[in-house]
Structure formats: C-alpha cells, structure tokens
Design a protein around this ligand. Structure first.
Ligand code: PEP
Ligand code: MG
Length: 902
C-alpha cells in the first residue's frame, strides 16, 4: 500500500499510450487521436491531459501536484520527436491546445491555436515556411485573437473590428488580400487591444502561453454555455474535459494546403458515399466561421489527387475499424495529409436507422448492435409530420411541447366551431385556455391543439398524445379570450379564422402557415407501405430493426385506448392488447344528461332508470373494442373522474338561478340542481370523490359497468370472437375497497358469463402511495396490478398534475432538482421505489401476479427500461407511442445485459 501511495498520479498521456476506450479519462477527441495514432494514421504528435487533472483543477482552483512536471516531460518528448522547441526563435514548434470531453459538446469549450508564437519566433516561423512572412504574421495575429478572447476574456468583437478596419484600409473584403505588412500592423493593433483589456502585455514566454491556455480550457468546462448545453443534453456536470496539446500543422501555407471535414456516409440521410467540405489555404476555424465558401470534398480529387486518395483510404479504414459513421477533420500542409480528429459522427434520426441497417447488410455489426444504436426518441421523431422550416419563420410564443408533430390551420376557440369548420374540409387549430372533456369532439376534429395553460399531463396534453395529435400546452404568452374569439400574443391579435402553425415537439407557435411533410414511417406502421417492396431505405431499416426488437423484448406492449378506432390503430402499430380503457370518456356528449340524472337521482327508481339507459350504450362501446382487440387482453377501468365534471359549472349555475329569481321565474328545479352541485363541489377534486370512492358511494354505477363489460364479452364470444376482459378498479388505497367492489362484481360476472367460456379478471390500479405500500395485502384480492404512474407521481410528490408543470417546473429544472419532469420520465428513486416495492410485495403475496403500467410513463423510453428492470409484464401507452415502447423494450434487454446505453 505504502509503495502505491508514492506512485505519482498519471495526468498526461502520449497519443501512443491511449486508445478509443479511454474516453472517460482522455475525452472523446484524445481517445480517438490515440486510436488513430495506433492505427498508423498520420496524426500530428501530441499528448492529452486527463479529465482527472481538469476535475482536480476545478475542485481546488489550482493544477494538481505533479501536473506541471508531467507536461514538461511530455513537451520535451514532443520537441524531440518534432526536432523543434516550443517557441524557438529560429525554428519554433507551435502547438494547438484543444478541449475534448467524454461526450461531444460542439463549440461549447475552448481551443487555442499557434501557441508558441511571439515577437521573435514569428520570424523563425516565416523562415520555416520558406520565407512566407504573410503566413507567419497571420498565424501570430490569430494566436493573439484566440488567446485574448478565450484565455483573457477580451471581447472578441474588438479584434473583429480591428480586422475590418485593416481590410477597409486596404479596400478589400477578403482576408487573403491582406499582406505581411498589413498583418504585422494588425498584430500591433491586437496587442494594444490585449493590453487595454488585461492591463498587461501579450505574454511572450511560450510555456506561460501554454499553461494559461490549458487552464482556460479547464475553466471552459464551467462556462455558462457549456453548462446550459450539458443540462439540455443530459450530460453529467462532473465529467470535466481533457486537454489535447498537439503539434500544429498548417492548412494556410498556400494553394497546396487546406483543411476540411469528411463524413464516411451522409449524416443527414445515411446514404453511402463521400460527404464533406474542403477549403484550400485555410485553417480549421475558417471553415467553422464560414468566412469563405468551402467546396465539396470531391473537388479535392482535382486539387490534390494523392491526398484525396489517401484520405479515402483512411476513411474506409476508420469506418471498418469503428464499424460506424465517422466524421473526420483533416488538414493538408503542402501536400501532406494530416488527420486532426475523428469520432463516431452525429446523425439525424433517419440516418441512425438507415446506417444501422446498412452496417448489418455489410456484415460490420449484428442486429443486436443495430438495435442498440437507435432509440425511441429518434423513432418518435420519425413518426411525426415535420415543418419545413427552410423559409424564415419566427415563433411568436413558446409553450410546452405536449404532443409532438407539426400542424397548421385556422384558429377556432370552441369545440363546436372546430367540428363545423373541419366538416367543411378546413384544417383547424383549437385554441383554448385549457381543455376539458367537453372539448373532445373539437379536439378530434382539429389538426392541433394550443392552450395557454397546463403542462404535459394536462387534459389537452394527455388526450392529444392519446390521439397522436399535435399539441402545445401552457403557451402563457397567449392571452386567450374565448368569448371575443381572439387571442393576443407579442402585441398582435389573432382572430378566429386566422392561420397559425404549432410545433408540438419544440412547443413553438408561429403565425401563418408553415408547410408540413407527412411521415413515411407512420405510413409503414399503418400498413400502407410494404417494407419488402418499396425502395425506401428508411422504412426498410425501421422494419428490420423493429422486427428484431420484437423478437428480443420480454415486456409486452399494450395501448391506452377508449374507442374502437384507437384500438384498431394501436393494433396496427403493434399493440398486444389494451392496458387502459378509460371509461369516463364514454359518458360525455349526449350521454351526459343520463349521467346528470344518475348523480342527482333522489330515489332508487330514478337511479335505476338512468343506469338501465346507460347499460346498452356502454355494452356497445365494449363490444366494439373487444372486436378490434379480438384474442387480446383488454383492461377496462371503471369510471374514475370527479363527479362534478359531469355537472354544470357552479358559478354559471349560480348566476343563472340568481337572474331567473330576479325575474320572478319558477326556479325550483334549477335551485335543486344548484344545491346538488354545491354539495358535490370539492376544493381538491383530484383528491376527492373519484375512482373506487365513487363506486362505493353511488349504488349501481360500477355494477352497471361490470355488467356491460361481461355482457359485451359474452356477445363477442358467442359471435365467434374471443374477448379477454380485465376489469380494473381505480384509486384503490386499501384492500377493503377492492374486496367490496370485487364481491359485487364477481356475482354479476358469474350470472352473466354462465357457461359461455368467457373469463373475466379483476384487478386494481396501483396509483395511490398507500396502495403501493400495502401491495402485499391488496394482491390477495387482485388478479393483476396496473401502475397508474400519473397519479402515483402526483400523490408521491404532492404535485398537482394539471398545474405544476406550467407553474414552476422551469425553476426546478434550472436548479437541477430534476433533469426532466417526473410526469414525463419516471422518478426512479422515489415514485419508482413505490413501484418496485409494490411489484415485489405483490408478487410475494401472489406469485405470478400480472403487473403492468398504464400511466404516461409507459411510453417514455427511459421509463420503459426501468419497468423492464423491475420485472413488469407489460407497459401500456398511447397508440402512437406503441412502436417506441416496442423498440425500447427490446433495447432494455440489451442494456441490462451489459451494453453502454448512451
Ligand atoms: C394514472 O394515474 O397513471 C392513470 C393511468 O390514470 P389517469 O391518468 O386516468 O388518472
Ligand atoms: Mg389515475
């Protein structure tokens, strides 16, 4: 032990010492430079300072012990290898100092080029470049500019202005027209700017330049833009960046030099071929800055055939080696090709699928690996229509991207108007402050839904996701005035009939019509594209990978659907049953009046009459659904929402009664209604009379539903079909609640089913924390559990599902209290723990207990992995999310067997 403690910590690695698997330590760039070095590719020599050194610096505010000496040793060996000394006045070695974290954070952190130049070595550089003074002074002014900006926080515009002044004085707009004298003058100007802002001269000591540049790269890990980027990309904040110190090679030495980027396949479409850009006589930052126009990489063949052929050879080798799309940065210095960077390239969602499919065809990867390389978020992106935003459209507001997709249409403010205009063939966007169950027909008719209030689990969001309809919720910059049929936003008024466009992925709202493209992946899932017979590489790849995901996954995937149409669509999307049929949606529209009568019934007879009228309607609903889901399980949940949702709004009723009284009209009936509504009014309806509580309070309500389910199942079975109903009791918190409902339900089922052969299961939702904690007891009375993670999150956190996302989640996300809304992705530690406890204790009490989840999390990729780990039998999600859940359920198997999930 003692001997080990004296071994110095290794903070610096030569490129020849690392490899591509050391990304944690060397960052992506450093690890890949090492890999290319070891493959024998021409990488300029250099070394990498580890992320550990960065972390130590960021924690203590100073370089860790030993780092300076290790840098010195590696610098000396680099100098030996290059036969030059850093900043030597006669023949200087120059280096670049580049950031490189484990995960690519493009442009977020710092780079300094040409370190080692000063007033003396600039002359040596010129001699090195064959007396090319212009090049030497241009390199020097670039160093002062980059160093000033990134190391010493000199405002970048000051340098830009000085450069503009120099060009103006010369009467040109092109940097290349500035000659050596002009650039020497510019160096003087830059030095003055530097001194003015820093209170010191530009450092002439090469080693000081190097140390300060390294320190600046370390610090750039915590630059605000890097912090914001990490949060957005969910990259952990404590990884730190590595620093690469690399011998400079120059692409700006004349026409036989240049720099470029290359992709081994098209990162946009995935198509095979050579893609990239080249810029002659330039350094890398000129390409990024877009100052001059690049030419397609293919043109390099004419300019420098030797380098081009060599590059193509390296590209093929890299792709073969990494077995993936690689992107490459290279420089040609006087006809000599240098490889400056490679990495597995970023790509669009479409390219991810296409490339994975191609690599399988080429025998480079197997189907497991292909499945691992795509993800549900990419698939979801491919399933939504998209805006073609090449035209310059500016959003006027940004809400919550509640249900993805892109929709344009005429603004309407009421459900009725939506239905009317849609019937005339118009595309409409239903705009409301928030929606409620009465808006359903308007939501169905509309192309998209836009609300100014509510979060991702608001009524608008949940229902829209269920329908696969675009929705932006909580766009609170909109001032919606429904009676006046208008809203105002950003100082503009939008009236009924005006056209808006909404992007349900980004939450952005545009005025006017933005063109939309349909999704061919949805056409495939819908069955209108045959993957075997069409020439669309994306559809073929999706088909192939989905087929493999289905063969791999253990979790079954069901859907949440309340209508035959939704059930049919979900089945086409691969649903293996219904995990949640919310029956309350069946009590709206013209049935509302019957429900009102039921609630207000003062005699048993009145109640029975209302129930008897509802029974056949409910039965027909279930027959339709059982038919569509023939042979597959259908979980029907007994009615759940608070009763007052079915009654007229309290305030409106009170006003009506008061006005009628004033006029001396007979208001006895309205008064009775008002009294009943008052009696039922709740301050916290989500915690009030709903779910099983309702079933225990209103005699006959659950019994009617159970009878309708059983009768429908028998009818379908007698017709030669196969109905597999599962009756689910909502909001159970104590086993006694379930036992009471169950006892009554079993009697009815036995009576209806008789010898028809129909089997009806009875189970419960686990959505109240108490149910999760007493799952062992509840399992005694339940044939299955389905986790209602929406309510479990609401009650677990004490967050009102309809209010909090719009109200303060932005602050929680900003503070990092959570990285994503717990309504969107399961909170593994808290709510997830409740799920785990209930699953374990439920199965301990009743081995083989069927377990599923039907909250919104059932279609969230991360959550699907969690449910797989916990050992649930199935997830259930909205029809549109079914393919995503299938894919992720397959990927979850691979992840738990050891692959890196990122
Ligand atoms: C849940 O709470 O997760 C659930 C599925 O039920 P609902 O969203 O209808 O309350
Ligand atoms: Mg619920």
């Amino acid at each position: 032990m003692a001997a080990q403690e004296t071994v110095e910590h290794k903070y610096v690695y030569d490129f020849a010492e690392g490899n591509k698997d050391l990304k944690d330590l060397l960052g992506g760039k450093g690890a890949n430079l090492a890999e290319m070095t070891n493959l024998g590719l021409p990488v300029p020599p250099g070394f990498t300072i580890t992320t550990e050194a960065c972390k130590a610096y960021l924690t203590t505010g100073r370089e860790p012990d030993g780092l300076a000496a290790q840098i010195e040793a590696h610098l000396e060996s680099l100098e030996r290898e290059m036969g030059r000394k850093l900043g030597d006045p006669q023949d200087p070695l120059l280096v670049s100092v580049r950031s490189g974290a484990k995960f690519s954070m493009p442009g977020m952190m710092e780079t300094v080029l040409n370190v080692g130049l000063n007033d003396r070595s600039v002359v040596g550089l010129s001699a090195q470049a064959g007396g090319n003074d212009r090049f030497a002074w241009d390199s020097y002014r670039r160093l002062i500019q980059m160093f000033g900006k990134t190391v010493c926080e000199v405002p970048g515009e000051e340098f830009e202005h000085a450069l503009d002044d120099a060009k103006r004085a010369k009467g040109t707009q092109n940097d290349l027209d500035l000659d050596a004298d002009d650039l020497r003058g510019l160096v003087d100007a830059y030095k003055k700017i530097f001194a003015k802002h820093t209170g010191r001269e530009f450092p002439q000591e090469p080693r000081e330049q190097l140390d300060l540049a390294i320190r600046a790269v370390f610090e750039s890990w915590n630059a605000e833009r890097a912090v914001v980027y990490r949060r957005q990309e969910r990259i952990p904040a404590d990884l730190g960046t590595a620093v690469n110190v690399v011998a400079m090679v120059f692409g700006n030495l004349g026409a036989d030099s240049g720099t470029g980027v290359a992709f081994t396949r098209d990162p946009a479409s995935g198509a095979q071929g050579i893609y990239g850009d080249y810029l002659a006589n330039a350094q890398g930052e000129d390409v990024v800055a877009g100052i001059r126009n690049t030419v397609p990489l293919q043109e390099l063949e004419q300019l420098d055939k030797k380098s081009y052929d060599e590059l193509l050879d390296y590209m093929a080798r890299l792709e073969e080696h990494y077995k993936d799309l690689c992107d490459i940065e290279f420089t040609i210095e006087r006809g000599k090709l240098w490889m400056l960077q490679t990495r597995v390239g970023k790509r669009t969602a479409a390219a991810a699928f296409v490339i994975a499919g191609q690599l399988v065809d080429e025998g480079l990867i197997d189907l497991d690996e292909a499945l691992h390389r795509v993800n549900g978020a990419q698939l979801a992106q491919l399933m939504f229509p998209r805006f073609q935003l090449d035209h310059e459209f500016q959003p006027v507001a940004k809400g919550i991207g509640a249900s993805p997709g892109a929709a344009s249409g005429k603004v309407v403010f009421t459900s009725a108007r939506a239905v009317e205009l849609a019937a005339e063939g118009e595309s409409v966007i239903l705009v409301r402050r928030e929606t409620n169950p009465d808006d359903l027909s308007g939501m169905i008719a509309a192309k998209g839904i836009l609300t100014s209030r509510g979060g991702k689990t608001s009524h608008a969001a949940v229902v829209a996701r269920g329908m696969g309809k675009t929705c932006v919720s909580g766009a609170d910059e909109l001032d919606v005035n429904v009676p006046a049929k208008k809203f105002t936003v950003a100082g503009q008024t939008v009236n009924e009939g005006d056209v808006v466009s909404i992007d349900g992925t980004t939450g952005k709202v545009y005025l006017g019509e933005v063109p939309v493209m349909p999704s061919e992946v949805v056409q495939y899932f819908e069955g209108s594209l045959d993957p075997e017979h069409i020439d669309n590489p994306l559809v073929r790849a999706v088909h192939r990978i989905m087929t493999h995901a289905d063969a791999t996954r253990r979790l079954r995937v069901r859907t949440n659907a309340d209508t035959g149409a939704d059930a049919a669509r979900a089945r086409r999307f691969g649903a293996e049953g219904i995990g949640l049929c919310r029956t309350e949606h069946m009590f709206l529209g013209d049935r509302r009046e019957l429900v009102e009568r039921l609630i207000l019934a003062s005699t048993d007879e009145e109640r029975q009459t209302a129930l008897a009228a509802l029974l056949p309607l409910q039965r027909d609903d279930f027959v339709e659904i059982f038919r569509e889901m023939d042979g597959l399980p259908v979980t029907v949940r007994l009615i759940d929402p608070p009763l007052h949702e079915f009654l007229p709004p309290l305030e409106q009723l009170a006003v009506n009664v008061a006005v009628a009284q004033e006029r001396g009209e007979d208001v006895a009936k309205e008064e009775a209604l008002l009294a009943a509504v008052r009696r039922m009014h709740e301050e916290n309806p989500m915690l009030g009379l709903r779910g099983v509580r309702l079933g225990l309070v209103i005699p006959g309500l659950f019994a009617m539903q159970v009878r309708a389910i059983a009768e429908a199942a028998v009818a379908v079975t007698r017709d030669g079909g196969s109905a597999c109903p599962e009756i689910m009791v909502p909001l159970v918190g104590a086993v006694q609640e379930l036992e009471t409902v169950r006892a009554e339900a079993e009697k009815i089922i036995a009576e209806v089913v008789g010898d028809s052969g129909v089997e009806v299961l009875i189970g419960t939702m686990i959505e109240v924390p108490r149910a999760a904690l007493t799952a062992g007891q509840i399992a005694e009375a339940a044939q299955f559990f389905s986790f209602g993670t929406n309510d479990l999150t609401q009650m677990g956190w004490g967050f009102s599902r309809d209010d909090v996302e719009g109200a303060f989640f932005w602050r929680y996300l900003e503070l990092g209290i959570f990285g994503i809304s717990p309504f969107e992705s399961i909170d593994r530690d808290g709510v997830g723990r409740l799920v785990r406890i209930a699953a374990d204790e439920g199965r301990a009490a009743r081995p083989g207990l069927k377990l599923g989840v039907c909250g919104e999390h059932g279609g969230d990729p991360e959550s699907v992995h969690f449910f797989h780990e916990v050992g649930l039998d199935y997830v259930s999600c909205s029809p549109f999310r079914v393919p995503v859940a299938r894919l992720e359920a397959g990927r979850a198997v691979l992840t738990t067997t050891g692959s890196d999930s990122r």
